[in-house]
Design a protein around this ligand. Structure first.
Ligand SMILES: NC(=O)c1ccc[n+]([C@@H]2O[C@H](COP(=O)([O-])OP(=O)(O)OC[C@H]3O[C@@H](n4cnc5c(N)ncnc54)[C@H](O)[C@@H]3O)[C@@H](O)[C@H]2O)c1
Length: 257
């Protein structure tokens, strides 16, 4: 018996990166997993690959900044896999704006994905979790929620908001045995990190500098973040709610205080 046998999960932004690693971890541990993504080609390809491995996964194309897409995706998942026990709000993207130059539309678009989408997805799974006596929501925030670097406006604001949202939902739904926690990844080897490195004048030197700065002298893998997501999704973490867990190779500790 796997730890998620009989459980259904929804993972947003599951077509690649950290989200794909979470889909894989939950499915390998026995969950039926629906994953949502705006990238339909990548999503369908990943679903076909995982299904060929015998895993119970479904890809549902959806833009999580659109409430109707989320409502339809949750309904579609429930119609095949049944009610949702686990929601992982993972979809997100970096932002590199100057506060004086950024347009209002760019602000809204960043907040819609990095903050509002987590609320909207929760909105459509909380009622059935409440009815059924429990559930677990895991929000993939960022170390930027606690500390940040220059030039990443308004990503840090959105991710700090996401940890605030995590705490509020944990308080408001704790009495219904619904746990809500946040993971704060630090540097994690994904396309987003490769994109940031490619923006640096000397990407190889920038990567060496990043690695040297990590107390563990390396950056995390997507699987290492997924392991913590699975822990928070599972009953192994049954007394943990409203928490922020950094998966950052020690970087947050280094700059604390
Ligand atoms: N990679 C890191 O080092 C790192 C560090 C801290 C936090 N994070 C956070 O982890 C999460 C995953 O990051 P990643 O590095 O794997 O990113 P990624 O860019 O590799 O993957 C993000 C996925 O989300 C999907 N997506 C984007 N917009 C969407 C939308 N509107 N609707 C549905 N899907 C959408 C993308 O198509 C993609 O498949 C993000 O929330 C990110 O902020 C990443």
């Amino acid at each position: 018996m796997n730890r998620f046998t009989g459980n259904t999960a929804i993972v947003t932004g599951g077509a690649q990166g950290i989200g794909a690693a979470i889909v894989l971890r939950l499915a390998r541990d026995g969950a039926r997993v629906s994953f949502l993504d705006i990238d339909a080609a990548r999503g369908h390809a990943l679903a076909a690959d995982l299904q060929a491995q015998g895993l119970d996964v479904r890809f549902i194309p959806a833009d999580v900044t659109i409430e109707d897409d989320i409502r339809r995706a949750v309904e579609s998942s429930e119609s095949v896999f049944g009610p949702v026990d686990i929601l992982v709000n993972n979809a997100g993207r970096n932002a590199y704006f100057d506060a004086a130059e950024m347009s209002s539309a760019d602000w809204d678009s960043s907040m819609a994905l990095n903050l509002k989408a987590a609320w909207l997805c929760a909105k459509y799974v909380l009622p059935s979790m409440k009815l059924r006596g429990g559930g677990s929501i895991v929000n993939i925030s960022s170390l930027h929620a606690r500390l940040t670097t220059e030039g990443m406006f308004p990503y840090a604001a959105a991710k700090a908001g996401l940890t605030g949202l995590t705490r509020s939902l944990a308080l408001d739904y704790g009495a219904f045995n619904i746990r809500v926690n946040a993971i704060l990844p630090g540097w994690t080897r994904t396309a987003a990190v490769d994109d940031w490195l490619s923006r640096q004048p000397d990407p190889a030197a920038a990567e060496r500098q990043v690695i040297d700065a990590q107390p563990l002298r390396r950056i995390a893998s997507t699987a290492e973040v997924a392991n913590v997501a699975a822990f928070l999704a599972s009953d192994e973490s049954s007394a943990i709610t409203g928490a922020e867990i950094a998966v950052d190779c020690g970087l947050g500790a280094k700059y604390a205080g």
